[in-house]
Write a protein that binds this ligand. Structure first.
Ligand SMILES: Nc1ncnc2c1ncn2[C@@H]1O[C@H](COP(=O)(O)OP(=O)(O)O)[C@@H](O)[C@H]1O
Ligand SMILES: [Mg+2]
Length: 395
């Protein structure tokens, strides 16, 4: 579907509200298309998801969206609110992993003056702001234990108390949560409360990774090409060669749609105008996981699509970020190296290893690396790190 779909979100909200009066949703793809103009992809797995989203939006229970990073969880959460009877209220997203633990509670529930050092005035929290609407708790698996207990109480009692206050306030808010974490494992490791999981998981939505809906790839490529051409060079648009579309349709996209979107804008910026070919792809897209490790043998020079990024001699290892790092990481190669890139690649590799070893548990990985969790999570996000073997592929 094209980005230039004339149907605005406002129209679809009105349509959704009138359709709430209808009985069962019509199942045709035309029907879903009209309800989700911002969501590209009508492969059978995606149609199933959209049908679930449609049904879930009509009810008022807590929703848990599960899926690898970059599969569109934010987009789905926003669509649930837009198509729900609460769409007249605020939609308030909050990323639990992006906010330091000590600030998260006040962000969620607000605080009164003097509640803590530096609280020199009252502040309204997300729950108060979202009254009558929906709150989207992204990366819920990263919520610290004390707040999990408080959130559980909100879900049970539909009430909350701002920090430093005794006043119980109504929480007339629909909670939509999302995570790319294996919550089953987090429960077994006692980093996530089982009772909270059951409370949140009333209406689960599983977003399949892009490799399980490859039929959507051509439409997504077209959509993001239009978007990138519009943003970067509307005068002299770029096009993808047919061979490149075929190649990208066969790729497994560990970073899912976010990776595809980023790749397209990178290709459009780099190419400037004209046809983008397979040769324009970055080398790291063709590195195999085992080639990304420091301990493995060097990349075979016969890799068909591997384009060397530097002229450094072997033994070197190609990293996901396209940086080549000596296998013996204490020796300085003859012709030197880019120290900043080198240190970053080394760090990335160790972060991946820590995440793999802990089954993607960021708290434990942070402990293994002697970092605090927030620092680790920030680094993972900033560098768009992708795990190799951990359950959720991008972190
Ligand atoms: N089906 C889709 N159609 C169009 N854009 C999408 C789709 N799914 C994801 N995106 C885009 O891809 C990016 C990543 O999606 P996001 O919802 O942030 O993923 P997640 O929350 O699962 O990590 C966003 O820019 C989003 O708008
Ligand atoms: Mg997200």
């Amino acid at each position: 579907m094209r980005a230039t779909d004339p149907r605005s979100l406002g129209d679809t909200r009105a349509m959704a509200q009138s359709m709430l009066l209808d009985e069962t949703p019509k199942g045709s793809s035309e029907h879903w298309r009209s309800c989700f103009p911002e969501i590209v992809g009508r492969s059978p797995p995606m149609e199933k998801v959209l049908e679930t989203v449609w049904k879930v939006a009509r009810s008022d229970g807590a929703v848990l969206i599960l899926g690898e990073s970059g599969t569109g969880k934010d987009l789905i959460a926003a669509a649930i609110h837009r198509l729900s009877p609460r769409s007249g209220g605020h939609y308030v997203p909050l990323n639990c992993s992006a906010i330091p633990d000590n600030l998260l509670e006040s962000q969620l529930f607000g605080h009164v003056k003097g509640a803590f050092t530096g609280a020199d005035g009252k502040a309204i929290g997300k729950f108060e702001y979202a009254q009558g609407g929906s709150i989207f708790l992204d990366e819920i698996g990263d919520m610290p234990a004390n707040l999990q207990a408080k959130l559980l109480r909100v879900l049970q009692d539909k009430k909350f108390t701002p920090l430093g206050s005794n006043v119980l306030m109504d929480a007339d808010v629909r909670i939509v949560a999302a995570t790319n974490m294996d919550l089953g494992q987090a429960i077994r490791e006692q980093t996530f409360r089982q009772d909270l999981y059951y409370r949140l998981n009333v209406l689960p939505i599983h977003l399949p990774p892009l490799r399980e809906r490859t039929g959507d790839i051509p439409n997504l490529l077209e959509h993001f090409m239009e978007q990138a051409n519009r943003i970067h060079n509307s005068q002299t648009p770029c096009y993808l060669s047919d061979a490149l579309v075929a190649r990208l349709s066969a790729y497994d996209w560990p970073g899912n749609i976010r990776q595809l979107q980023n790749l397209i804008s990178r290709l459009v910026v780099m190419r400037g105008a004209g046809v983008i070919e397979i040769e324009d792809l970055p080398a790291e897209m063709f590195a195999r996981p085992e080639e990304l490790r420091l301990t493995n043998p060097p990349v075979a020079s016969s890799q068909p699509l591997m384009r060397p990024t530097t002229a450094m001699p072997l033994p070197m290892v190609q990293h996901a970020a396209g940086v080549r790092v000596p296998q013996d990481f204490t020796s300085l190669p003859e012709q030197g190296l880019d120290l900043t890139q080198y240190i970053e690649a080394l760090e990335n590799d160790l972060i991946r290893q820590a995440l793999e070893r802990t089954g993607n548990n960021r708290n434990q990985a942070a402990k293994l690396l002697g970092l605090n969790r927030t620092t680790l999570v920030e680094r993972i996000k900033k560098r768009h790190l992708t795990t190799l073997n951990a359950p959720s592929k991008e972190l």
